[in-house]
Design a protein around this ligand. Structure first.
Ligand code: BGC
Length: 416
């Protein structure tokens, strides 16, 4: 029996966690979220976790936890502070970050853009701009040219649908545009205490659809621009998948099919040909017609880690390798995280057993951080950050359960 056949997870499967620049780095002042905080529309992020300065110590903790991969994003506003002008010092910083991961044998997965936009771009329309694909492609190409020797996997963007729906339908994130009818189907918790102040109107729904189109075009243009300078680089998109399911009722079945199509298929159908792989961000399972009362996470989301299986199944139809780029829960007292991670990994294992090509599992998040319009209260971290004690890090017990699972699944299973 081959080594591969004896494993639940393929040899070389990547295990680790993820973060995003604005949520952990600290000191980012010239992006749209910092501007929105100055206007009192979202919580102040400030020094966040000061990961910009403490990344080496944080990566040491990842090593202690058995991680072999780490996903993080780079901050567009730092790299291109003025349109078309790139900042060499910032690039040098991210080169050091990548080197620090390499020194620790941790494989980097870099996300080129994770929600926050440079002010020069957001104030001139951001992804509403018809030339946004070229702007994004130029930035992406620059990044890969400068960092590509230290990293062979880049995701162009994180969760286009979440970005567009919170910004143009819910109105809880910049640029705070709101289409109130969306409340009828709204299921996410994105900081609704800010929605009232948003600019409301019918036209926002058209803008939402334009933004989504521009995002798909931006991904595709960035893919081509990256391949022009670095054909070997693996390029992915990170897609948030909500699993919409239904009970026996045919009406609910149609509802679920439409919701899956609208949330996942439309964007993926426009981009999958420009994806060497796809990252899955999984947080939600919802079943129409289901009367069950769900146990909830601190985000008030259904505690449904096993259904990551269906999310992987949905993306598998695009016939490229997949990796779990984010999945996890907010759980301040760490009472459910170990169980959640264990069941989530069981779901991934089931997908692999069914022949789905999954290459890695990156828990969200390595450490507690700024949960966007909800501020610092929601704690997703394997590592607790003590905001009131000089940002001291403390590994949560569940992180060691994850470590044990990584060790167990990295061994060859001789009982098979
Ligand atoms: C995002 C993260 C966020 C996490 C938890 C994902 O939607 O990529 O930035 O913190 O979910 O809400």
């Amino acid at each position: 029996m081959s080594d591969q056949a004896k494993r639940d997870f393929p040899a070389g499967f990547y295990w680790g966690a993820a973060t995003a620049s604005y949520q952990v780095e600290g000191g980012i002042d010239d992006c749209d979220w910092a501007e929105a905080a100055r206007q009192g529309r979202v919580p102040v992020c400030g020094r966040a976790c000061d990961h910009y300065n403490r990344y080496e110590a944080d990566f040491d903790l990842a090593v202690e936890l058995g991680h072999t991969a780490h996903r993080f994003s780079i901050e567009w506003a730092r790299i291109e502070p003025e349109e078309g002008q790139f900042d060499k010092e910032t690039i040098d910083h991210y080169r050091k970050v990548l080197q620090a991961l390499k020194d620790r044998n941790i494989k980097p997965f870099v996300t080129i853009w994770h929600f926050t936009l440079p002010v020069w771009f957001s104030e001139t329309g951001g992804f509403e701009r018809l030339d946004s694909p070229e702007i994004f492609a130029r930035y992406s190409q620059y990044v890969v040219r400068e960092l590509g020797d230290l990293c062979d996997h880049f995701s162009t963007m994180n969760e286009p649908n979440v970005f567009a729906s919170n910004g143009w339908l819910r109105g809880s994130w910049p640029p705070f545009k709101r289409f109130a009818l969306t409340d009828l189907v709204s299921i996410t918790n994105s900081g609704n205490n800010f929605e009232d102040k948003a600019d409301k109107g019918m036209k926002n729904v058209f803008m939402y659809s334009r933004v989504l189109k521009n995002l798909a075009k931006s991904h595709n243009s960035a893919y081509k621009a990256i391949k022009d300078v670095s054909p070997e680089t693996e390029v992915s998109v990170v897609k948030h998948v909500i699993v919409f399911d239904s009970n026996w009722n045919p009406f609910n079945k149609v509802k679920a099919a439409i919701a899956n199509y609208a949330w996942t298929s439309i964007f993926m159908n426009r981009t999958y040909k420009c994806c060497d792989s796809i990252g899955l961000n999984y947080y939600f399972y919802t079943k129409f017609g289901d009367k069950r009362v769900w146990r909830k996470t601190d985000m008030d989301w259904n505690f449904a880690p096993d259904h990551i299986y269906e999310a992987l199944l949905m993306l598998s139809r695009y016939k490229v390798p997949l990796f779990v780029s984010e999945a996890g829960l907010a759980d301040a007292d760490d009472s459910g995280r170990a169980e959640y991670i264990t069941r989530q990994i069981e779901g991934v294992k089931r997908a692999i057993a069914d022949g789905i090509d999954v290459r890695g599992h990156l828990y969200w998040s390595l450490m507690d951080n700024y949960e966007w319009a909800l501020g610092f209260g929601k704690q997703f971290g394997l590592i607790k950050v003590h905001y009131d004690d000089n940002l001291r890090r403390e590994i949560r017990p569940s992180a060691f359960v994850y470590k044990d699972l990584i060790e167990q699944y990295s061994k060859v299973n001789t009982s098979v």
